[in-house]
Design a protein around this ligand. Structure first.
Ligand SMILES: NC(=O)c1ccc[n+]([C@@H]2O[C@H](COP(=O)([O-])OP(=O)(O)OC[C@H]3O[C@@H](n4cnc5c(N)ncnc54)[C@H](O)[C@@H]3O)[C@@H](O)[C@H]2O)c1
Length: 256
C-alpha cells in the first residue's frame, strides 16, 4: 500500500460524505471515515470493495476526545493524511423565536465546532508532511438569506470565514484550504428539510419539492456524486492554485 494517498471524510455514513468517500476510494485513495451513525460501516465496506484500505469509526465531530482518537489512530495506521473533507453537518429549520439555546449550540458545535476540531488535530500531521488539502462543507445558506434557516445559515457563513483565515495561516506549510457551498442536493438531510416545510405550510411534499427545485437553474437537485466530484477536484492537484476559495456548486442559485 506504500505510496497511496489517504483521504479522511467526516459524516461519511450518508449523502455527500458517503459519495465522496466512495469516489476517493474509486480513484485510488485509501480512506478514513467517521460518522455518528452506525451506517458508516456500510461506507467502509463500499470503499473496500473499490480496493481501498479503510479505517472507520463511529464518533461525534463535536467531541474533542472522539476527534483526537480517530485522527491519532488514522495517522498511526497510515502515517499520513493527505486530504481532510469536513462534511458532517446538521440542519435546523425553525423560526428564530422557536429555537432553543440547546438547538443553537448543537448546530454551531457540529457545523462549525466539528470543522475546528478536525482542523486542530489534522493540521499538525499535514504540517509534518508539508502538504495537504482541506475541504470544508459550506452551503448556499451561508450566502443567501433563507427563511427558517438563521442558525444553520450563520454556521455555514462561519465555515466560509474560518476557511479563509486558515487558508492564509496554512499556506506557508503547503496546505490548501477551501470550502464548497452546495445548492440543493438529494440526500436524507434535504428530504427531511422538505418534509418539515411541508408540515409547517400544509402544502404537499411534492409541491414544496418543486418550489425548492425551482431555485436551481436546471430545475432539479444535485445528486450526491455531483457534489463529491467538486470536493474531489478541490482536494486534487488540479486545484493547486486554489486556496481560501468558496466553490459554489449551486446551479446558479446565488448568481440570480
Ligand atoms: N443536502 C443538501 O442540500 C445540502 C446543501 C448544502 C450543504 N449541505 C451540507 O452537506 C453536508 C452533508 O449533508 P448531506 O446532505 O449529505 O446530509 P446527510 O444527513 O445525508 O449526511 C450528513 C451526515 O453527517 C452525519 N453527522 C451529523 N452529525 C454528526 C456528528 N455530530 N458527528 C459525526 N457525524 C455527524 C450524519 O450522521 C450523516 O451521516 C452537511 O454539512 C450539509 O450541511 C447539504
Amino acid at each position: 500500500m506504500e505510496g497511496r494517498s489517504l483521504a479522511m471524510v467526516t459524516g461519511a455514513a450518508s449523502g455527500i460524505g458517503r459519495a465522496a468517500a466512495e469516489l476517493f476510494a474509486r480513484n485510488g485513495y485509501d480512506v478514513a471515515v467517521m460518522d455518528i451513525a452506525e451506517a458508516v460501516q456500510e461506507t467502509a465496506a463500499a470503499a473496500e470493495a473499490e480496493g481501498a484500505a479503510c479505517h472507520s469509526a463511529r464518533g461525534d465531530v463535536a467531541e474533542e476526545k472522539d476527534v483526537a482518537s480517530f485522527v491519532h489512530d488514522v495517522a498511526d495506521r497510515f502515517g499520513r493524511i493527505d486530504v481532510l473533507v469536513n462534511n458532517a453537518g446538521v440542519v435546523l429549520v425553525k423560526p428564530v423565536e422557536e429555537i432553543g439555546v440547546d438547538e443553537f449550540r448543537r448546530v454551531v458545535n457540529i457545523n462549525l465546532g466539528g470543522i475546528f476540531l478536525f482542523c486542530k488535530h489534522v493540521v499538525p500531521v499535514m504540517k509534518g508532511q508539508r502538504a495537504g488539502a482541506i475541504v470544508n462543507m459550506g452551503s448556499v445558506s451561508g450566502h443567501v438569506g433563507q427563511v427558517d434557516h438563521s442558525v444553520y445559515g450563520a454556521s455555514k457563513g462561519a465555515v466560509i470565514s474560518f476557511t479563509r483565515a486558515i487558508a492564509w495561516e496554512l499556506a506557508p506549510h503547503g496546505i490548501r484550504v477551501n470550502s464548497l457551498s452546495p445548492g440543493s442536493v438529494d440526500t436524507p438531510m434535504l428530504r427531511g428539510d422538505i418534509d418539515i416545510e411541508s408540515r409547517r405550510t400544509g402544502l404537499p411534499y411534492e409541491e414544496v419539492k418543486k418550489m425548492r427545485e425551482a431555485e436551481q437553474a436546471f430545475k432539479r437537485w444535485a445528486s450526491p456524486l455531483e457534489i463529491a466530484e467538486a470536493v474531489y477536484f478541490l482536494a486534487s492537484e488540479k486545484a493547486s492554485f486554489i486556496t481560501g476559495a468558496d466553490l459554489l456548486v449551486d446551479c446558479g442559485w446565488v448568481a440570480k
